[in-house]
Design a protein around this ligand. Structure first.
Ligand code: NAD
Length: 476
């Protein structure tokens, strides 16, 4: 498909405009480069009604047909990956080659999700009866997506609910609506009308959706603060909820690692997507024996890393995605400076655009804001530790529980530490890994429920037990 600069919403299989529009800013230039529809309440009602009507047939559509359509959706997104990646860079900021990886990742996710299975369970099978537990779909699902991974996370809100027989109304972030709208356009004729709807809107659209009585389920990815609002809003009619929220992930580096080998990987795990990743390393605990060497190596990498407009060649790190987040991160850096912390800066960044140098903080106290808060931007605190018990306690001393990592040549010891970390995911000698078959679950204030794998499918169904006698003797 050739992309024009015309963006419309997908409602009931048709591309639809709204009476009001929304400006979309390129974070590398701070300029508005596109406008898209700002959905009204009527648009939302139309989308929900279309999804409700489509649910009647979709839930009865044989699962193999639903699988085939999801695979087709994946293939069509992959076919358009080049155009989508260029658009992605303009609205999100990430360098185009890395944007393309996300788009191909979304295609892979849809295809792989199509292969998952949630079979009927049999809890009893005797001479007299059989009890079956079916996993039945919920109805219309509201999928709300943040701006940091606008395409991959959209695929997570599309694949599992559609596979399990639900229909979907998807809402991208107002900061990054364009790729989701184009994906709606690309998939327009793949699914029956109303099965997948895509709405773009302003800050009012999310709360309208979470309080809309037509939704059976809200699947939300975003900050913990917003997650709490979503939960409150969904409570009046007991909507089902999946919440994937913020994190303040700790990585623990033991003294037996090869500093040169791990430094690049640790750096990528913290600063990938300019540190705007929910599961990025946000606190790095380094054993005192290797602290100075690893800190210096990380600083060298920061100084050599090119930050700039993601549409230009050779850029590895783009801007912060939006002004509010840019100002939050700047405030965190100013606060760290004002309290006398030692900051180590990476390479210079362009003046125009929401750019921040990749920054390390040299052994700040545990109670400082840069350690306590989820920065969601390129400022990484490095902390020294001596004893394992102490570092595990410090790593767990947070309201969050999304992911964590342990780096050591002793994999058994690393597994013992992994068992102690209060997070839904722990990586050993790797980071940022995720697969369509494996649940990503936020513990503590990082979420509710899980996405991906069979656990993820369960979130879009409810169990229905059917007691089946082996004979009709009781009634005849
Ligand atoms: P955000 O909470 O501000 O917004 C997320 C989405 O919610 C957007 O689409 C937004 O328009 C919508 N929204 C805002 N207020 C709403 C409301 N009251 N009701 C309903 N919807 C509302 O988050 P963000 O700034 O876009 O994303 C960054 C955050 O997302 C970080 O905290 C990050 O850790 C988290 N995140 C978590 C995961 C995960 O899987 N756990 C993945 C990516 C990002």
């Amino acid at each position: 498909m050739h992309f024009d600069n015309d963006y419309r919403m997908l409602i009931n299989g048709k591309l639809v405009d709204a009476t009001e529009s929304l400006d979309v800013i390129n974070p590398a230039t701070e300029q508005v480069f596109a406008t898209c529809p700002r959905a009204s309440r009527d648009n939302l009602d139309s989308a929900v009604n279309a999804a409700k009507a489509a649910f009647k047939d979709w839930k009865k559509t044989p699962i193999d047909e639903r699988r085939a359509l999801l695979r087709k959706a994946g293939a069509m997104i992959a076919e358009n990956a080049g155009e989508l990646a260029r658009l992605f860079t303009r609205e999100q900021g990430r360098p185009t080659n890395l944007a393309k990886e996300e788009i191909l990742g979304a295609a892979y996710w849809l295809t792989s999700t199509a292969a998952l299975d949630l079979p009927v369970e049999v809890t009893e099978d005797t001479e007299t009866r059989r009890i079956e537990v079916h996993h039945v779909p919920l109805g219309v699902v509201c999928g709300i997506v943040p701006w940091n991974f606008p395409v991959l996370l959209a695929s997570w809100k599309i694949g599992p609910p559609l596979l399990t027989g639900n229909t979907v109304v998807l809402k991208p972030s107002p900061f990054t609506p364009l790729c989701a709208l184009k994906i709606g356009e690309i998939l327009r004729d793949v699914f029956p009308a109303g099965v997948l709807n895509v709405l773009s809107g302003g800050d009012e659209l999310g709360p309208w959706m979470t309080s809309h009585s037509g939704f059976a389920k809200i699947s939300f990815t975003g900050s913990t603060a917003t997650g709490r609002r979503v939960m409150a809003s969904a409570s009046h009619d007991l909507k089902r909820l999946t919440l994937e929220l913020g994190g303040n992930d700790a990585a623990i580096v033991l003294p037996d690692v090869d500093v040169d080998k791990v430094a690049e990987q640790l750096f990528a795990g913290a600063f990938g997507n300019t540190a705007q990743i929910c599961v990025a390393t946000k606190r790095l605990y380094i054993h005192e024996d290797i602290y100075d060497a690893l800190r210096d190596r990380l600083h060298e990498i920061a100084k050599a890393s090119r930050v700039g407009d993601g549409s230009k060649q050779g850029i590895k790190y783009g801007p912060i995605q939006n002004r509010a987040q840019y100002e939050r991160v700047l405030d965190l850096i100013e606060g760290a400076k004002a309290s006398g912390l030692s900051l180590l800066y990476g390479a210079d960044v362009p003046q125009e655009g929401y750019f921040i140098p990749l920054t390390l903080v040299d052994n700040p106290p545990d109670e400082s804001r840069v350690v306590k808060e989820e920065a969601f931007g390129p400022i990484l605190p490095l902390m020294k530790f001596k004893e394992l018990d102490d570092v595990i306690k410090r790593a767990n001393d947070t309201e969050y529980g999304l992911a964590g990592a342990v780096w050591s040549a002793d994999i058994e010891k690393a597994q013992e530490i992994a068992a102690e970390l209060e997070t839904g995911t722990v990586w050993i000698n790797q980071n940022l890994e995720s697969t369509p078959q494996t649940p990503l679950a936020g513990h503590k204030q990082s979420g509710l429920g899980a996405e991906n794998g069979v656990h993820g499918l369960m979130e879009y169904t409810q169990p229905k037990a059917i007691y089946i006698p082996k004979s009709a003797d009781a009634v005849s």
